[in-house]
Write a protein that binds this ligand. Structure first.
Ligand code: HEM
Length: 403
């Protein structure tokens, strides 16, 4: 019997406490694990809320990221990056593997580890500047954002001083309801022109960075990587490379401030930073959605719900991480969990390309904040913290701290 029930919920749902998993996901998980929701486009799709169903949607070959055919379900009424055929995130195997193979060497665990000394140097430098200026400070703008921005800029070969530009474009492109169509379109065009200029500049002056490697792959064989795919890859890496990591650093710091015992334990045993980061990742994933998928044929999910051929489905990782069937007492922040195999980096073929790099950045950031700021506390009451609304990414607007 199908467990799918009609539901009038409109996506995106209001976040839970501290910008966390929406209450609607928790409730539906028990009453209607797969239910109908309305996207900002007005299209109705399914919402999966149980770990096993979410894993199935992201790993089964019967679900596709191709949402470009007439009548396909869409997140937004207007065109957005979800439909760009040149994007890694919108491709299905085997095209997807062709493109992914070109970049994955830059993101292996070994490659990420090689960045650790540079990431440490960047983190220490940012904290030096923040400490020199004295309290209070906005930890988000002084540390959490510039750290991953600087890392992805060095890795790709992008001038870090341009970050205000591409941060503005990313915010607009990631918005669901916060920006209007015109703003999003303009941001897309400006960002494309910027990246075209960047690639032209790298052609004139190669610097042995990832953009140069991608240009070489393109020049070797356009069937392996087309010009549009190259530009799209650079844009995608700039956005994906900083936005989520920056938000997890801010949210993770707040989580530690809200759990002073855990912060004290980390300070006493800094070698436990990796476990702390995994729990931050499980609980503080800043996206309440996932990229939409569509069923290529009828599929019965583990909960028994049936997804019809052509039906869209949203299977959010944040909901999977909060499923008590998989994580006992999911709302408890517990870095000592025996089994913390969360899905914050996704699962299946689209598993986050930058996961190894993000882990190193988060470990360095969290360890540095704990060590360098022993008297760290919020500079405002918790009730005054504000959260960005209407975006695919749910982050703090600022994290005012003192020490
Ligand atoms: C804490 C930080 C991060 C989190 C939580 C995160 C999360 C995710 C998730 C959940 C997906 C899969 C989306 C889906 O299947 O619907 C994904 C894909 C991706 N991520 Fe990340 N990410 C992070 C950092 C990064 C970084 C630092 C980079 C690059 C330097 C990056 C690059 C990508 C790319 C390129 C994809 C698309 C992969 C594909 O479609 O094959 N991410 N990320």
């Amino acid at each position: 019997m199908s467990t799918t029930v009609p539901d009038s919920g409109t996506y995106p749902f209001p976040p839970g406490a501290y910008g966390g998993c929406p209450m609607a996901y928790r409730e539906r998980r028990e009453t209607a694990p797969v239910s109908t929701i309305t996207l900002p486009s007005g299209d109705e799709v399914l919402l999966a809320t149980r770990f096993d169903d979410i894993r199935e949607v992201h790993t089964s070959q019967h679900f596709s990221r191709n949402l470009r055919y007439p009548g396909a379900p869409r997140m937004l009424a207007a065109a957005d990056f979800g439909e760009d055929p040149n994007s890694l995130t919108n491709m299905d195997p085997p095209e997807h593997a062709r493109l992914r193979r070109i970049v994955q060497g830059a993101f292996t665990p070994r490659a990420a580890e090689k960045w650790r000394p540079q990431i440490t140097e960047i983190a220490e430098g940012l904290l030096d500047t923040m400490l020199d200026a004295g309290p209070p400070a906005d930890l988000r703008s002084a540390f959490a954002f510039p750290l991953p921005v600087e890392v992805i800029c060095r890795l790709l070969g992008v001038p870090a001083q341009d970050s205000p530009l591409f941060r503005k474009w990313s915010d607009l492109l990631l918005s669901l309801t916060a920006a209007d169509t015109d703003e999003r379109m303009r941001a897309g065009l400006d960002f494309s022109a910027y990246v075209d200029g960047l690639i032209a500049d790298h052609r004139r002056r190669p610097r042995a960075d990832l953009i140069d490697d991608l240009i070489a792959a393109r020049d070797e064989d356009a069937e392996r990587l087309s010009g549009d795919e190259l530009a799209n890859m650079v844009r995608g890496l700039i956005i994906a490379g900083h936005e989520t990591t920056a938000n997890v650093i801010s949210r993770g710091t707040l989580a530690l401030l809200r759990h002073p015992g855990r912060l004290a334990a980390l300070r006493a045993a800094p070698e436990r930073v990796a476990d702390t980061v995994e729990e931050i990742l499980r609980v503080e994933i800043p996206g309440h959605g996932a990229l939409l998928r569509v069923a290529k044929q009828e599929v019965r999910l583990p909960s028994g719900a049936v997804v019809g051929k052509g039906q869209g489905i949203l299977a959010p990782f944040v909901a999977a991480n909060q499923d008590p069937r998989r994580f006992p007492e999911p709302e408890t922040f517990d870095p000592d969990r025996a089994d913390n195999r969360h899905v914050s980096f996704g699962i299946g073929p689209h598993y986050c390309l930058g996961a190894n790099l993000a882990r190193v950045e988060l470990q360095v950031a969290v360890a540095a904040v704990a060590r360098r700021l022993p008297g760290l506390e919020l500079a405002v009451p918790e009730s005054e913290l504000t959260w960005a609304a209407g975006s695919r990414v749910c982050g703090l607007e600022a994290l005012p701290v003192t020490w």
